[in-house]
Design a protein around this ligand. Sequence first.
Ligand code: PGA
Length: 243
Amino acid sequence: MRIYTVKDYDAMSAKAAEIIAAQMISKPNSVLGLATGSTPIGTYQNLIKKYNDGIIDFSEIRTANLDEYKGLTPDHDQSYAYFMRTNLFDHVNIDMANTNIPNGLVEDAEEECKRYDAVIDALGGVDLQLLGIGNNGHIGFNEPAEAFANGTHSIKLTDNTIEANARFFASKDDVPKYAYTMGIRNIMQAKAILLVASGEAKADAMYKTICGPITPEVPASILQLHSNVFIVADEAAMSKVNK
Ligand code: PGA
């Protein structure tokens, strides 16, 4: 693991965008694995700025997002499809036909998970996977569990995650209870992984991810087994690791 501890959220966002830009410049048709949540928003803002400054070009970039809530239409303002459009895709020259995200409206989980795994395979796998981390150590919506999940699957969100995401909805009851997510195998098969984390609330998860045992109870801990992981986290998120 290459770990960059930076001062604050803005420094984290700038550093993470540098790494993604380097990937895009090295391979203009890169497959980027993308993440949602509040943490990557600043990273996307930095990428938009680099695009506006003529430093990076999305015309050949292909993307595969980690996850999507079940039951939300792509134009629901809390769907991850909507998040990606408003926070990145609408502001750069990406071809929307080259963007992929699980379809939360498909009821038949087996069908949708098979389709999404095939999409990732057809892209030739992910070159650089961006990840946030949950307070409980989840990556994508791979929640703490008794075993690591393989490919794309449907998952019931834990109370902890529903609670954490309730701030984006009118009430906790409005948070969808299920989601589709890439599995641990999809994430681990990415050629490189970039995990971003900010704030004290992530300190415990970061400590367990970096210093603890590899266990499905802390899904991100499996990243210790990957040979090409970059962690960009601010001082608050790293406060337990660096103490
Ligand atoms: P956050 O979510 O960036 O909103 O903290 C991260 C995650 O749950 O993966």
